[in-house]
Design a protein around this ligand. Structure first.
Ligand code: PLP
Length: 375
């Protein structure tokens, strides 16, 4: 059995939409069945559920080269980043948050919500499909509290130069939060090498699991001085203290957690991350580079306009093509059994470990058929 055989959708469709959500594997299907079976057979298997939550935390920590004590299990990136934002103080002279124009809406919305607490949000504008480093250099100052950037842009697939932006931010005394949702599972993402202070990402996309589970990484030495105000009983030092007279945060990054963990999604998340470990992120990265290379080459040869940068160092697993009727194009592709998605006027094509050259050929034939929507 090849890895692709574990994703039944390929018997019926050409799936190229991992930037929205990964394809469903038989592994994740049976993880959900196991959740129901455990519940049915054991009644209230809380110890097992706690053990599964810890397994998810450890799996994620392993993927990003963090310690498990630096990872919080969350229900979404939004929830995790909100908890981090709530713990930052915007009262002093360092009250600015620098974000890029490539951010997912949730990131802009969370930081703008901090304006009521004294924050000022500084936007770094794009220049076409890239954001030149000089623009970060100009926007990040001694007033910057935190730089909050996406690793890869969900709209056009453009990849920011995270290490260079971290260097600028740290040189000026600012923290960095990396939203790695569009890169986790597609390439090595190592918090120690990237030197980020915070990282966020979920399992729905390239980590091949389901909605309702995400994680944040918080650098170990930052944890003791950060006191989130969005929290719940699972964020406490002793979950079973049942204390209504005090808030006693966990000494670890668990203090960024909330209430009852999303147990069914944790079962699925562990199964999804296991598939990534099995394939190996280095191998996945090389494979995706081959497939995205073939897509770009095929598109450019046919005269289609790439919305993503051509240089493979400057985009992620997501490549995008400009279309003047993108919704119609997505529907036409779907009618031919090809699953993609769109943002702005960009057709989003996002291969993963399970795609192959045959998928690229099927896509190119179909795009050629509908080239009136592309050029
Ligand atoms: C880059 C990026 N960040 C954040 C999100 C949103 O994450 P969540 O819904 O878990 O808050 C997405 C989802 O599409 C995304 O692509």
């Amino acid at each position: 059995m090849t890895l692709r055989d574990r994703f039944p959708i390929f018997q019926k469709k050409t799936y190229l939409n991992s930037c929205s959500q990964g394809a469903l594997s038989t592994d994740v299907q049976s993880a959900y069945q196991t959740y129901l079976k455990d519940w049915d057979e054991r009644g209230s298997p809380w110890e097992l559920w706690v053990e599964r939550s810890e397994a998810a935390r450890h799996a994620f920590a392993g993927l990003v080269n963090a310690d498990a004590n630096e990872v919080a299990d969350c229900t979404s990136v939004s929830a995790g980043v909100s908890a981090i934002a709530s713990a930052l103080d915007f009262g002093g002279p360092r009250n600015e948050v620098v974000i890029s124009d490539f951010e997912f809406p949730t990131i802009g919305q969370i930081w703008h919500a901090q304006e009521r607490r004294g924050a000022r949000v500084v936007h770094v504008p794009a220049a076409g499909n890239i954001i030149p480093l000089e623009r970060f250099e100009a926007a990040i100052t001694e007033r910057t509290k935190i730089v909050s950037i996406t690793h890869v842009c969900f709209r056009n697939g453009s990849k920011l130069d995270a290490p260079a932006i971290v260097e600028i931010a740290h040189r000026k005394g600012a923290l960095v939060l990396l939203d790695a949702y569009q890169t986790l599972g597609t390439m090595p993402v190592d918090v120690k090498r990237l030197k980020v202070d915070f990282l966020a990402g979920g399992v729905l996309k390239y980590l091949l699991a389901s909605a309702g589970l995400a994680f944040v990484y918080v650098r170990r030495d930052l944890v003791p001085d950060l006191y989130p105000t969005t929290l719940g009983w699972f964020s406490q030092a002793n979950i079973f203290a049942m204390d209504i007279y005090a808030n006693t945060p966990s000494p670890t990054a668990r203090r960024f957690e909330s209430g009852t963990p999303p147990i069914p999604n944790i079962y699925a998340g562990v199964a999804g991350m296991k598939l990534i470990q099995l394939a190996g992120v280095d191998r996945i990265e090389a494979h995706i580079r081959e497939i995205t290379g073939a897509i770009k080459e095929g598109a450019m040869r046919r005269g289609f306009n790439l919305a993503s940068p051509v240089d493979p160092e400057k985009h992620g697993a997501l490549v995008t093509l400009r279309s003047h009727k993108v919704d119609l194009l997505v529907r036409r592709l779907e009618a031919d059994g090809i699953i993609t998605s769109s943002r702005d006027n960009n057709l989003r094509i996002s291969p993963h470990l399970y795609n192959n050259q045959r998928d690229v050929d099927v896509l190119m034939d179909c795009l050629t058929k509908h080239k009136d929507l592309l050029v």
